[in-house]
Write a protein that binds this ligand. Structure first.
Ligand code: ATP
Ligand code: MG
Length: 404
């Protein structure tokens, strides 16, 4: 089934709100085996909305509209669908009784303009909305389906979960689209592309490459008539991909670098303390986003004075500069002993032009100190998300140092 989403609202086109509803619905379709080919955003303008609907009608089996079901003049979804299909709108008496009851229970008179929310066309069935005043529409005609969903995210989500998804599941049978994401660190997008390019043309399962702040992700997606078959298809592709990226894959699917490193430290009964310069406490933030008993604490030693105060030798900074492997190692050792931790980490990095002092932005030294020694790793993390990438680089190195 080929699907298309049309998000409706001038707020979207003005950049005032982000289309989180479309993202939500898009994420719901793969488990139903529904292929989403287009997402369109259109303002509260009837002619343009009809135009978008017409195009969708010509190329999609399932059209999901989002928003524009309210009572005001700029809520035009029902009118536009009626025009597309050449059908007339009329008030549905049963829906009208329901909506008058909603207002009555709130002790309010129903404004007459709310009546438009309880209109239907002959091809439409209403989808109950116990969480708002706008019922959705399920329209079937000429082998196509249009589902009109409300804009308020909570209403949309509940209507989807409780009413729309079960009905679509019945329609779609057991077909399923399943994905697995392999997460890598230490390779550029172009390098990953070069390594797997012979697999990219595969139509099913497909392989796609995404650059994220925590590395390059590869998503394998299989479409099959059942879960087991899809899983087997993914496993076959994964077996081809893994050897090409060995050593760089750090996790899959929902895995996060702090989650993986945390599990390693906890598994070995080790504690961690960090001293950061350049990342401004971001690594501590990332670590503490999830429960982390292993984490003793961190210091944001942004200035030279702070580094010296917390145990780095001033002469070392004078000799090598603050952005150096030697200073990173001294930070790791100092914080390890200050907190009495098993593992100490030091990061010193250039994150903006003011600090550069001749070193490119993204230059970082990451040191890991344990009872077995202290080693710094130089790296360069150019491009966007500098702080995130340095923090992730630090976690990747820590993960590597903890591998058996
Ligand atoms: P209402 O009865 O509230 O008018 P509606 O179905 O007409 O409902 P809209 O008027 O399009 O929906 O949107 C109502 C509110 O829902 C918006 O102001 C916005 O806060 C939120 N919203 C609408 N569309 C989206 C979207 N695509 N993504 C995220 N939020 C949205
Ligand atoms: Mg509205």
């Amino acid at each position: 089934m080929k699907a298309e989403i049309i998000s409706i609202g001038t707020e979207l086109l003005l950049g005032e709100i982000t289309d989180t509803n479309a993202s939500y619905v898009a994420g719901q379709l793969p488990p139903l085996g529904i292929d989403l080919y287009w997402i369109t955003q259109v303002g509260d303008n009837k002619a343009r909305l009809v135009e978008a609907l017409r195009r969708a009608w010509s190329r999609s089996d399932l059209i999901l509209t989002i928003g524009g079901l309210g009572p005001t003049d700029d809520d035009l979804t029902r009118e536009a669908i009626a025009e597309l299909l050449g059908e007339g709108l009329s008030v549905d008496p049963e829906l009208e009784r329901w909506l008058r009851g909603v207002f009555h229970r709130l002790g309010l008179d129903m404004p007459e303009r709310n009546l438009k929310q309880v209109t239907l066309i002959p091809s439409a069935q209403s989808i109950p909305n116990p969480w708002g005043t706008a019922p959705g529409w399920w329209v079937e005609k000429e082998g196509r389906i249009i589902i009109a969903l409300p804009g308020p995210p909570k209403e949309l989500k509940r209507m989807w979960e409780e009413k729309v998804s079960p009905k679509l599941r019945q329609r779609c049978g057991e077909a399923i689209i399943l994905s697995r994401t392999l997460k890598t660190w230490g390779l550029s997008e172009a390098k990953v592309d070069e390594l797997v390019c012979h697999l990219l043309p595969s139509p099913n399962p497909t392989l796609a490459i995404y650059a994220k702040s925590d590395g390059i992700h590869l998503r394998i997606t299989a479409k099959a008539s059942g879960k087991e078959e899809a899983e087997a298809m993914i496993a076959r592709m994964e077996k081809e991909v893994r050897p090409l990226l060995e050593g760089n894959i750090w996790g899959i699917d929902d895995n996060t670098l702090p989650g993986i490193v945390g599990a390693q430290l906890e598994g070995k009964g080790l504690s961690l303390a960090i001293m950061e310069s350049g990342t401004g406490g971001l690594l501590a933030t990332i670590l503490t986003d999830t429960p982390c008993d292993y984490f003793k604490g961190g210091i944001v030693a942004h200035s030279d004075e702070a580094k010296i105060k917390f145990g780095v030798d001033a002469a070392l900074i004078a000799r090598h500069s603050a952005i150096s492997g030697e200073v990173a190692e001294a930070m790791a050792e100092a914080v390890r002993s200050l907190f009495g931790a098993d593992v100490g980490m030091g990061i010193t990095a250039v994150v903006d032009a003011l600090e550069a002092k001749g070193k490119p932005i993204g230059t970082a030294y990451i040191a890991i100190a344990t009872e077995r020694g202290n080693k710094s790793i130089p790296a360069l993390y150019p491009g966007p998300w500098v702080k995130e990438r340095i923090s992730c680089g630090a976690l990747f190195e820590l993960r590597r140092s903890l591998l058996p």
